[in-house]
Design a protein around this ligand. Structure first.
Ligand SMILES: [Zn+2]
Length: 234
């Protein structure tokens, strides 16, 4: 299989995509992959487009990788692909975007347990979760570091982040976690901590990286699914 990835920005407004035609056209290989970006509601959405032997175009959203996976028959032109993507993108994203809040107006999930907090605003929700995070993280990260052999220890930070649950800066030796994460049960929180600590050994999402993750978090796949589907209680 030969893959020819390259990047190109497609500007798409109200279902109309403007892209140059040509390079993304099927180039004679058995399958060809092209990475494109579609602009939609101020977001740039990556799409991996696979040209292969098939009859109809299909598209799905990979929630974990946060990208579109589009499969199209060989010889499909770029403009046809764009038209297809733009037609189906809004409905597809509307289905994905519905994030269930950990707070229902009375109860707030805190480490997977519903706690009665009454009527509070978004800021107070964050405050409670952040406080929880700062109580939970130092000990738990230290325990997992000892278990995984991560040395010297990392500093931890909790931030309100839009699309990231956690990050690892090896340069500053800091792990940063998303505040909303601490609405989830500890096992789910731990799966994210293990993920970030595993980046200490591999700074990508390679097989080597996942070998470390699964060694310390055998239920990773299940926990990840629960995380994506906002299953706060697990
Ligand atoms: Zn990662």
């Amino acid at each position: 299989m030969r893959a020819t990835p390259f990047c190109e920005f497609a500007s798409a407004v109200r279902g109309e995509a403007r892209v140059k035609e040509g390079p993304e056209r099927y180039n004679g290989a058995r399958t060809m992959q092209v990475l494109k970006y579609y602009r939609y509601q101020d977001r740039s959405i990556p799409a991996m487009i696979t040209f292969k032997k098939m009859r109809t175009m299909t598209m799905r959203y990979d929630a974990e990788k946060e990208m579109l996976k589009v499969s199209v028959p060989r010889f499909t032109t770029g403009s046809k692909v764009d038209a297809f993507v733009m037609e189906h993108l809004p409905r597809l994203l509307a289905r994905v975007k519905k994030k269930a809040s950990p707070y229902d107006g009375k109860y707030l999930y805190v480490l997977g347990k519903p706690v009665e907090v009454g009527e509070i605003d978004e800021e107070q929700v964050e405050k409670i979760l952040k406080k929880t995070a700062l109580e939970y993280l130092p000990t738990r990260v230290a325990e997992l570091e000892a278990l995984m052999g991560v040395n010297p220890p990392y500093k931890v930070r909790v931030r309100k982040m839009k699309r990231t649950l956690g990050s690892n800066s090896r340069k500053t030796r800091t792990l940063t976690f998303q505040v909303r994460l601490f609405a989830f049960v500890p096992e789910i929180v731990d799966s994210v901590i293990v993920h970030e600590l595993a980046h200490h050994f591999a700074f990508d999402h390679s097989d080597k990286f996942y070998a470390v993750v699964y060694r310390y978090c055998p239920d990773y796949a299940t926990l990840r699914k629960k995380l994506i589907h906002d299953r706060y209680a697990g």
